[in-house]
Design a protein around this ligand. Structure first.
Ligand code: NAD
Ligand code: MG
Length: 391
């Protein structure tokens, strides 16, 4: 019998794809997990349904109007707005673990506040680590906080590294499905539409990460995320194309042994593992998974010319400082602008490339400077989009 105590959870980004999977995990074990606080931005219908089901003590929302409206409707619940609301939700006294499932670098401040308040972090929000990995990891060490990966690749690596001495590690092998446009040439990418980009072959996820998967930005962000989470040099991080998304990632040990973690494309698994670590629990309503039905697993090298954003991830990662911050911020604006119909698909890559070239600093930066550079990059890329219009 495992000894679990009730885990009290803050769920940031409750209405999203990861948020929804997290709620399923929590509801499967009501005696073990409780969502004490949650946040959502603007999906009122879904947010209200969650409040009614979960009865959290605190809720962060996206606007003052929504706060006033919901305070009238739920007088026994405390509501907050914007970044302040996210931070408050994350640092409530009774919270044990904060699951960060917001999209984008808005996740940074609440994550830092939670770490300083001694809360463990179940991290889905990879943009936070890309933007400011050095400071997030430093704060976690100083406050004796565990960062538990939720991203499936990083959860896989975390599981494979479990019990390994760090000097046994030779390299990390991150698998990539290839995203919606895996089989298209660069020439064919010129005319792709949003609708096509949003059809991921294996995973159902939020819009931004689905676009990021198609541009291979997502894998680039994951390389940088892995560097910070596991303290691994970029030269020891490899990416392979694996179109089945069955092997979620691998580690190679110094004697040449490969350890891999396999499973269905079901985010409830890494989410639940982050919440039960180091224990495990059965997954309720398990998805069918039969390797004899899958039959074949394919692996191929990644083509850096076909996917320049992956190549750029290693470049900005190795340069360090605020380069990854710029890479991430430019993409957040570019990917969102593509989703909003303001730019064409290939402009996403062009804008990220241009922002990285435009940023020409090599000096060490502070966290405050990184936050400022993130803002400036957004402003510059937004200006470029206004000036250029649709290509
Ligand atoms: P999503 O778009 O489905 O949900 C995003 C959530 O963030 C929503 O609840 C939304 O209300 C909230 N949000 C958005 N903008 C906000 C803002 N400005 N302020 C406050 N809240 C805001 O996204 P998702 O697919 O669930 O992804 C969430 C994070 O998890 C991302 O960082 C993504 O890279 C990461 N992730 C997702 C998956 C997946 O399978 N979906 C897998 C690995 C990692
Ligand atoms: Mg992933």
């Amino acid at each position: 019998v495992f000894l679990f105590t009730m885990k009290k959870i803050a769920l940031l980004g409750a209405t999203g794809s990861i948020g929804t999977s997290t709620v399923e995990v929590v509801k499967a074990y009501p005696e073990l997990f409780q969502i004490v606080s949650l946040t959502f931005h603007s999906n009122v219908e879904k947010g209200v349904a969650l409040i009614e089901q979960l009865r959290p003590r605190y809720v962060g929302v996206g606007s003052e109007k929504l706060r006033v409206e919901l305070t009238h409707r739920f007088p026994d619940i405390e509501f907050g707005v914007g970044e302040v609301g996210l931070i408050k939700a994350a640092i409530l006294e009774e919270i044990d673990v904060v699951l960060t499932a917001v999209t984008g670098s808005i996740g940074l401040q609440p994550t830092m506040a939670a770490i300083k308040a001694g809360k463990d972090i179940a991290l889905a929000n990879k943009e936070t680590l890309v933007m400011a990995g050095k400071w997030v990891m430093k704060a976690a060490r100083e406050n004796n906080v565990t960062i538990l990966p939720v991203d499936s690749e990083h959860s896989a690596i975390f599981q494979c590294l479990n019990g390994q001495k760090s000097d046994n590690l030779k390299e990390l092998v991150i698998t990539a499905s290839g995203g919606s446009f895996r089989d298209l040439t660069r020439d064919e990418l010129k005319s792709v539409t949003l609708e096509q980009a949003l059809k991921h072959p294996n995973w159902s996820m939020g819009k931004k990460i689905t676009i990021d998967s198609s541009t291979m930005m997502n894998k680039g962000l994951e390389v940088i995320e892995a560097h910070w989470l596991f303290g691994t040099d970029y030269d020891k991080i490899k990416v392979v194309l694996h179109k089945e998304s069955i092997v979620h990632s691998m580690v190679v040990l110094k004697d040449g042994a490969y350890l891999a973690q396999l499973g269905p494309s079901d985010m409830r698994e890494p989410i639940q593992y982050a919440l039960t670590y180091p224990n495990r629990l059965p997954i309720k309503n398990e998805l069918p998974f039969d390797l004899t039905q899958i039959g074949q697993l394919n692996f191929a090298p990644m083509d850096f010319e076909r996917f320049p954003m992956l190549k750029l991830a290693f470049t900005v990662g190795k340069k360090g400082g605020a380069y990854p911050t710029v890479y991430n911020a430019a993409n957040e604006i570019a990917a969102t602008s593509f989703i909003d119909g303001k730019i064409s698909y290939l402009q996403i890559e062009q804008l990220v490339q241009r922002a990285v070239e435009h940023y020409n600093e090599t000096t060490e930066v502070t966290l405050e400077e990184v936050i400022e550079i993130d803002k400036q990059t957004r402003t510059i890329v937004e200006r470029w989009i206004k000036e250029e219009g649709q290509l």
